[in-house]
Each structure stands twice: as C-alpha cells, then as structure tokens.
Design a protein around this ligand. Structure first.
Ligand code: C2E
Ligand code: CA
Ligand code: CA
Length: 956
C-alpha cells in the first residue's frame, strides 16, 4: 500500500509536538522556580502536555497519512497509548528533577531511557490499535533507527533542559529551553515518521476493528479538540504565570533598587560620621588614645600630641609603654595587657610620661571594643589632664590648713560683718562662728579703750591698709585679756575694700610662756634652784652694791663626793633625784636670806650676805654652817625609800666687797673646795692665800714636769729611777721597788708624793709612768746581761690609778717588754686600793687581761683603804704590802701590831707573798720576821739606790 502524506497535517503534527514540548519544559521549569507545595501540579502539567503532545502528534501524523483502506482504532489500546507517554513524561521529569540519584549524568540516563521508551511504546502501541490484517511488517533497520532517534533526541533534549535549570535566568524563553523543547519535539516527530517509514502495509490489508473501533474521523476530532483545549489551557496558565512572574520580578527589582539606594545612603552617612568622628577626635580637648589588644597605639589625637609632646608618627604602632608609661608603672601596664579585658578598670587615674620629661596625671576613661567572639579588638582610652586640678586641690587644702593656725583669724566683709573665723578664734574668744557671723567685732570690745582709740585705729587702716597693736578684748565668759591684733585691708580690682582680715594672738598665754622660758633660762629644772647664770648675776649685783662697804660676803662651794659613782651604780634618774633631795636638805639647814644655786653637775654654791664686818666673826659663822651640813649628812639622805650615804667637800671664801669681785670670789671658793677634796673629802677648807700660793706652785710644777719629761733620753735627765732593795728574813736580796726621782733644775728635788699628784691631774702620768717602765726594763736587760740571769726574782714598779684607766696600758707595756727583751715575770706592778674606787676601771677585766700576759700584781699600802677582802679572792694578786704606817707602830702600838700579824697570816692562808715596807729598826725586822713576814724593805736595810749603786749589791 502506498504511503502518501498530507503536508499541512504533517506540519500540524510538528507544531503540536514542538508546542507541547515547549509547554512541558516551561512547566517543568516552574517546578524548580516556584513553591514546593505546588511542584506536583507543575510536574503533572508538564507530563500531561508532553505525554498528550506525543499522543496527539501521533494521531495527527496518522491523519496526514492517506491509506487506501479505512481504519479505526481499538479503544483500549488507544487509551493506553495515551496514558503511556503521560506516565513516561511524568517519570522522566521526576527523575531529572529528583535528587535521589547521585550524579546528574545518572539522572539524565534514566530520564532518557524512560522518555525514549515512552515515546516508542506510544507509537507502536498506537499502530497496533488499528489491528490491521495482515499485520503491519516493520523494516528492522528503520525500526531501530526510530528507536535511536527517540533515545538520542530525548537525551539531548533533557540535557538542555537540565542545563536550563542551572542558569539563574528565570525566563521560559531561554535558548536552552527553546532548544530543549525543539530537540524533544524532534525525538517525538523524528521517531514517529521514521517508525512510519519502517511500517510496510500489505496491499490487501484492512482494519479488523472497523466496526467496534473508534472511527478515524471521530478520533481525529477527539485528538484535535483535546490537544487544542490542552494547549489553550496550558497557554492560559503559562500566560498567567508569566504575568505573576513579571509582577514578582518588578517587585523584586523595586526592592533591589530600594536596598541599593538605602545602602548608598547609609554608606554616605557612615562616611560622614567617620569624618565627623575623626574631626571631633582631633578638635577634642580630651586625650584619645586607641590601643589594640597588644597595647600598640593605633590612634593618638591632637590633644594627646599636645599634652605628651609626641607626634602621632612617633608613637603609632608601638607599644604604649615604650614612650608613654613611667618606668615604675611599665610592669603593671604589661601585666594588665596580658590579662584583658578584666584587668582594665573603666575609670582610673594614671600617670603619663611626657616628652619634655616629668609626668602628667590623667583621669582616664577606658572602653573596650570586643568582636563577635568576645575577643578584644581595641581599647579606647579617653582622658583629661588633671595635673593642675590636683595641684589646685592641694593648694586649696594647704590654704585651708594655713587658715587654721595657732593665731585667731577673722575675715569680714567691707562693712565689717564677720564672714569666717578659724578654730583658734573660737578657742580664744569662746564665740563660735554661728554666734558672730554677720556681726561686727564690737562684740569683743572690753570697754578698756575709748572711742578715740578705735578712731585712730580705723584711720590707720584706711590710710595705710593695715594696723597692728596691743588691744584688750573680752571673751564670751567675760574674761578680759590682752591680744596682739593685726588688721589688714583686702582690696579688689578697682581698689575698693572687699574684706578685712584680722589675726590676733592671746598674749596672756605668750607672757606665761615667756615666764616659763625665763625660768628655764635662769633656773635649774631638777632642783628648781637658780642656775649658774642667775647666781653669777646676783653675785655681781651684790658685790657692786656693797663695793664701798666693809660688809663681808661668803661663798660656800659644795661638791658631792663620789657622785659619779652613785650615778653609774644607780642610774642618772636616781642621781637627779638625789640632787633634788640634797638641795632641799641644804635649804632646810641654811637661813632664808642666802642664795642657794646649783652650779652644774654635783656642784652647789651658797652666797651668804649681811655677815659681820669682822672677818673672824664672819668666818666663824660660815665654819659653823659648814660643819652643820657635814654633820647632818652623816645620817644619810632618803632617796626612793633608800638611805644613801653621801659626803661633800666644801670650799669657803670669805671676803669684803672692796677686795674681790664676783669672779675672784668664785674662783677662791672653788680652789678651797679642791683643797678639801685633796684633804681626803668629807671636809671643808677656807681659802687662804697659802692655798692660792699652792695652786700657783702646782701650776709651776706641771710646766716644769712637762718640760723635763722631754729630757728623759738625755744623759743628765732630771727624771731618774732608784731601786729600794727588798730582803728576806735572812737578809738575802730578793728584789727591789723602783721609785721615780725628780731633780728639777728650776724647782730643785721634789718628792714623788707631790709631783705624782700633779702628773695625775695634768695627764702627764702616762708619759711619766712609761718613762719608769722603760728605764726599769733597760736596767733589767743590762743586769741580766751582766749577771747572767741575775738572782733577783723581780723588780716592782708602781702604777698610778690614772695609768690603770688608760685603755692602751697592756698594749704599751707589751711593746716595751718586747723592745727590751724582758720576760713579763721579771716585773711586779704595785697598785693601791684606790683603783677600785674609780668607776671608769673594771679591775677584773684589766687584771685578767694583764695576768694572761704573765704580769703579776702587788697590793700596795694594804690596810689604809677599805681593804675589801673580796678583791684579794677575785683578782690575780701575788703580793700584799703592809703599809709603813702600821710598821711604824711596832713595837709600841698594839692595834698596829695586830693588823700586821693579821695581814701576814691572812696572806699566808691565801698563798700570797707579803712585804713589810718602811722597816727602820732591827726590832721591827725581828718582830715581823718572827710573825712570818718573808720580805722586808726599809731604811734599816737600804735606802732607795741609784742603779749604779744597786748593782753593787748584786755583785756581792
Ligand atoms: P710607796 O709606793 O708606798 O713607796 C714607798 C715610799 O716609802 C717611797 O717613798 C720610799 O722611799 C719610802 N720608804 C721606803 N722605806 C722607808 C723607810 O724605812 N722609812 C721611810 N720614812 N720611808 C721609806 P717615795 O719614793 O718618796 O715615794 C712616795 C710614793 O710615791 C710611793 O709610795 C709611791 O706611791 C709614789 N711613787 C714613787 N715612785 C713612783 C712611780 O714610779 N710611779 C708611781 N706611780 N708612783 C710612784
Ligand atoms: Ca710602792
Ligand atoms: Ca707603800
């Protein structure tokens, strides 16, 4: 059977195919573009268009074919042939759009398979619906070609479709959409016409279902109506959707425009704000320093530059502590930055180092900027320089303090009304500020001054600007008091008075203080007695007043004996109390008319006036007085419930005023007092011209001794040493005592009894003593050389107590012994008990030190002092010397002899050697030897001998 096609219908089938494909692709696009909820409907619409498009195209294509035989279509097959492509289309779009498959390519393959198969199935099922007999035969090559076209074109179409989905461009008329629908159209039509070309109709073939099948004409009508209404309906929907879409897009565009303009506006605003801020930052008086979290400076405004003197470029991007933080605060700041932001207080006062040196104090306000993670971005520190404010505040405090002085201060206004008073004002006047505020100072007027006084005062203030003077005022309690008042005018700019400032001091108090000061200056605070100054003053006045009369005056100079000892033993407070007790004790004894004064230390002086015109009577009166004082003291004084025994040495000078002035009177009494001391203390002495002569004598002696001590190295030295031999009871020579001799060129031979004293008092004793030591040591050295370790046991050298108190004694002795190469055991040192009375000396320590060096000691004049036996036990003493005064008593004085024998036996018991000195008779020698005295020394055996003579004794 020939196949002839109606060209118009073929064209119609092509149009149907392309249009429905396009609509299907468009709806499929909507699935993606629109809301999820509607996606099933769009999928269905797409499937319906494509599926029915395929079906309609087929039957229109069939219409275009003129067959020589009438045909009809079996209804079931026809209906199924419509459902298949719809289902296949649905599945294909669903696969392409679903995301269940991993790759795009997988989806494309499956979609292609389903769609291609759907197209092919529809076509061949549609052919089968004609039920031709004999059956249609298909050319296998063309059949396969039709399948290939269906699959390949489906693949390409779907590929473009899925590509169109990827573009953001939301238009259904996109190139890929149009191309995609064209290619799918080609798949359908291409497959159909190739499939038709493959079909071979037998010439005799006919349709077997002409009767019961759907008539060709009916079907054509149905297809055309169906497809037309579908197309119409679909286009309507499409148009509507396009309209909606366009509206939406217009809305979006509008919104976008709005957003864009809003962004632009805000950006401009922000820029403006930023520049404003920057300007503001630069014009601000406050310092602004912006730091990052590491303490690096990021911003440094103009005020900061002005105050610190650093330009921005000098500090920017460097740590703040490199330039701006004082050295002692650097560690603190660094620590704070290691612990941000908690370590940084919002407000604090902190010093800033400035370029020109020094610091300024800034009142900082810190605020920390954090990012969204809470990390520190920046720290904005704003601050004000409060250095001056602090200074001002301090100055204000200071002036407030200054106002509160000891002086009363009152400030009034120009009319004289009180504005302000200080504490001292309130204290002095008794009025508080509230009581006088607004009133004038008239409230204080005492009534002692007349109107003229006040007129003169104000005239002075107005003319000179100030007034000062003494004025009597009245306190609130009515008491009238003198004050020293100063009123000063305070002028304003235009020379108008704005204030008066009055300051005054209560001089009643000052007068009292002056009295107290006067007392301190003229009286002794311990005894309340006149001091030396006041006493001398009075004495001078008295002497002057009595200059022309023959009236006698007497001065009594009283010095406490051994007062230093009491001070050292009981303490100075006790000593002070003793002085006070002593002064009142003396006051009781002397008449009221006398002047008693403490001269200083333990010295008191009494001035007696109105004595008799006769020297003898006057002297007798004073002697009596002195005796009373000495006797009364014998009972001791009560100090702190303790009975203290103290004696005094009193010097007295009696004179009539025509002979002596105050100075010479004092000097005489003083000299007499020294005399009393020299006489053994606890006694009084009158000054006589003889004493005066003695003093002169002593002075001469001191000068001569000082001179002669420089001559000891000369051949004919005025100073020399003699040796008095010491024997045992068998008259064997055992040792000797070295005694110093002085034959002064000027004064002649002087006894050591006299010049040792002078040497001690003048400080020459050290040199004199060392002269003796050197001389004795060199003599020993010579004797040892001469007699080859002489038979002499030792030589004794006298040491004065003044020598013993010299701290260098041991050292000097050791040097001398070393110099002369003499063993320390070859010398014995004699000292007297008076050494223990001097408190400057610690005998135990000294003797221990010296005996450690090998020296031995002899206690001289034993029995004449206080002979404390404890010293004999405690000190390293080797020998006792019985004093000549006891030996003198042998054989006539029993008590002397008892003392001698007791001393000897005690020495024996203590294991000490004992020497009797001053042995002058054989009787004394024998008796002493009989008592057990082993060593004897005296004129009986030998006088002290010069070295040359002494050596002769040894040769025997
Ligand atoms: P003293 O230590 O008690 O010395 C003994 C004194 O008695 C010596 O007198 C001696 O010449 C004298 N004498 C000795 N035997 C007799 C005697 O049988 N009859 C009499 N009437 N007198 C005798 P001198 O030398 O005048 O010394 C007097 C005092 O001078 C000494 O007393 C001693 O305390 C002191 N003295 C002497 N030389 C020195 C010395 O070198 N240094 C120190 N510090 N004092 C010395
Ligand atoms: Ca002696
Ligand atoms: Ca002696």
């Amino acid at each position: 059977m020939d196949k002839q096609y109606d060209v118009y219908l073929v064209l119609g089938s092509l149009i149907i195919s392309f249009l429905t494909s396009f609509l299907a692709i468009a709806f499929a696009n909507f699935i993606v573009w629109h809301k999820k909820s509607a996606s099933q409907w769009w999928l269905f619409a797409a499937a319906l268009n494509l599926g029915l498009g395929i079906w309609a195209m087929h039957f229109v294509g069939m219409l275009a074919l003129h067959l020589d035989t009438a045909v009809a279509f079996e209804p079931i097959r026809t209906i199924v042939s419509a459902l298949i492509p719809v289902a296949a289309s649905y599945a294909a779009f669903w696969i392409i759009l679903s995301h269940q498959y991993n790759s795009n390519f997988d989806r494309l393959l499956f979609g292609t398979f389903v769609l291609g198969s759907g197209i092919a199935c529809m076509h061949y099922l549609g052919m089968d619906a004609m039920q031709m007999f004999p059956q249609i035969v298909y050319d296998p090559i063309l059949f396969f070609l039709s399948l290939i076209i269906a699959y390949v074109a489906s693949f390409i179409g779907l590929k473009f479709f899925s590509k169109s989905l990827e573009t953001s461009n939301r238009t259904i008329f996109s190139i890929s959409n149009i191309f995609s629908s064209m290619v799918i159209g080609v798949a359908v039509t291409g497959m159909h016409y190739t499939g038709m070309a493959a079909a071979e109709f037998d010439y005799n073939s006919y349709c077997t279902v002409l009767e019961e099948g759907i008539r060709f004409g009916n079907l054509a009508l149905l297809v055309i109506v169906a497809i037309m209404s579908l197309l119409l309906f679909s286009f309507l929907i499409l148009a509507y959707e396009q309209h909606v879409e366009q509206k939406e897009q217009a809305k979006n565009r509008l919104m976008l425009e709005h957003v864009t303009s809003e962004v632009a506006r805000r950006t401009a605003e922000l820029e403006y704000q930023t520049t404003m801020n920057e300007r503001l930052l630069e014009t601000m008086d406050a310092i602004v320093v912006v730091l990052d979290k590491n303490g690096f400076i990021k911003q440094f405004n103009l005020a900061a530059q002005h105050i610190t003197g650093y330009a921005t470029h000098e500090v920017k991007d460097r740590p703040v502590w490199e330039t701006l933080i004082p050295q002692h605060l650097v560690a603190d700041v660094k620590k704070r930055f290691s612990n941000l932001p908690s370590s940084l207080p919002n407000k604090w006062q902190y010093d800033l180092l400035i370029r020109q040196g020094g610091v300024v104090t800034i009142d900082w306000h810190n605020s920390v900027l954090l990012d969204e993670n809470g990390e520190v971005l920046f720290i904005i520190c704003t601050g004000l320089d409060i250095t001056q404010a602090i200074k001002d505040q301090e100055a204000l405090k200071l002036s407030a303090v200054a106002f509160e002085t000891q002086e009363a201060m009152v400030v009034t206004d120009a009319s004289g009304a009180v504005l302000k008073v200080n504490q001292a004002f309130e204290d002095i006047t008794g009025y508080s500020l509230s009581e006088v505020k607004g009133k004038t100072m008239k409230v204080l007027q005492s009534g002692r001054h007349d109107k003229a006084f006040y007129r003169a005062m104000w005239a002075c203030i107005i003319n000179q600007g100030y007034w000062h003077g003494e004025i009597w005022n009245r306190r609130k309690n009515g008491e009238i008091y003198p004050e020293w008042l100063r009123i000063t005018q305070v002028l304003g700019k235009d020379n108008q008075v704005i204030n008066y400032i009055g300051s005054f001091a209560d001089i009643s108090q000052r007068k009292q203080i002056e009295q107290e000061l006067e007392f301190l200056a003229f009286y002794d605070s311990i005894t309340q007695l006149p001091n030396r100054r006041l006493f001398t003053d009075r004495l001078e006045q008295t002497v002057k007043a009595n200059h022309s009369t023959k009236q006698h005056l007497a001065l009594m100079f009283i010095d406490l004996d051994n007062f230093k000892h009491i001070n050292d033993t009981f303490g100075h407070a006790f000593g002070d109390e003793l002085l006070a007790v002593f002064s009142s004790f003396v006051k009781e004894l002397v008449p009221n008319s006398v002047t008693l004064s403490r001269f200083g230390g333990d010295e008191f002086v009494i001035l007696f006036t109105e004595l008799s015109e006769s020297y003898e009577t006057a002297a007798f009166q004073i002697e009596h007085m002195a005796q009373i004082i000495l006797d009364s003291l014998a009972d001791g004084l009560d100090v702190r419930q303790q009975n203290v025994y103290i004696s005094t040495s009193i010097g007295i000078a009696v004179s009539d005023c025509s002979k002596d002035d105050a100075g010479s009177l004092l000097m005489k009494a003083d000299t007499a007092m020294y005399q009393a001391k020299a006489m053994g203390k606890n006694t009084f002495r009158f000054y006589t011209d003889l004493i005066g002569d003695n003093m002169a004598e002593r002075f001469k002696m001191e000068v001569a001794l000082r001179h002669d001590l420089t001559l000891t190295k000369e051949v004919n030295s005025p100073l020399s040493v003699v040796y008095q031999p010491q024997y045992n009871k068998d008259k064997k020579l055992i040792g000797a005592e070295a005694l110093v001799r002085w034959n002064s060129a000027e004064l002649g031979v002087i006894s050591p009894v006299d010049f040792i004293n002078v040497a001690e008092e003048s400080g020459l004793i050290d040199d004199l003593g060392m002269f003796v030591v050197h001389r004795v040591l060199s003599d020993i050295q010579q004797m040892e050389w001469l007699f080859n370790e002489s038979s002499l046991d030792h030589i004794s050298i006298n040491l004065s107590i003044k020598q013993l108190t010299n701290p260098n004694l041991t050292e000097r002795l050791l040097l001398a012994f070393e110099e002369h190469q003499v063993l320390s055991s070859k010398v014995r040192f004699e000292f007297t008990e008076s050494a223990f009375l001097d408190n400057a000396l610690d005998p135990k320590a000294l003797f221990a030190e010296m005996s450690e060096e090998g020296f031995s000691f002899s206690l001289d004049d034993f029995g004449t002092g206080f002979s404390s036996l404890s010293y004999l036990k405690d000190l390293p003493i080797s020998e006792l010397k019985i004093d000549k005064s006891f030996v003198d008593g042998i054989p006539s004085d029993d008590s002397d002899m008892t003392i001698c024998s007791a001393t000897i036996s005690m020495a024996q018991k203590l294991g000490l050697e004992v020497v009797a000195e001053g042995v002058e008779t054989q009787e004394q020698f024998d008796w002493l030897a009989q008592q057990g005295c082993n060593l004897l020394q005296g004129y009986l055996m030998s006088r002290p001998l010069p070295y040359a003579e002494f050596v002769l004794l040894l040769e025997k």
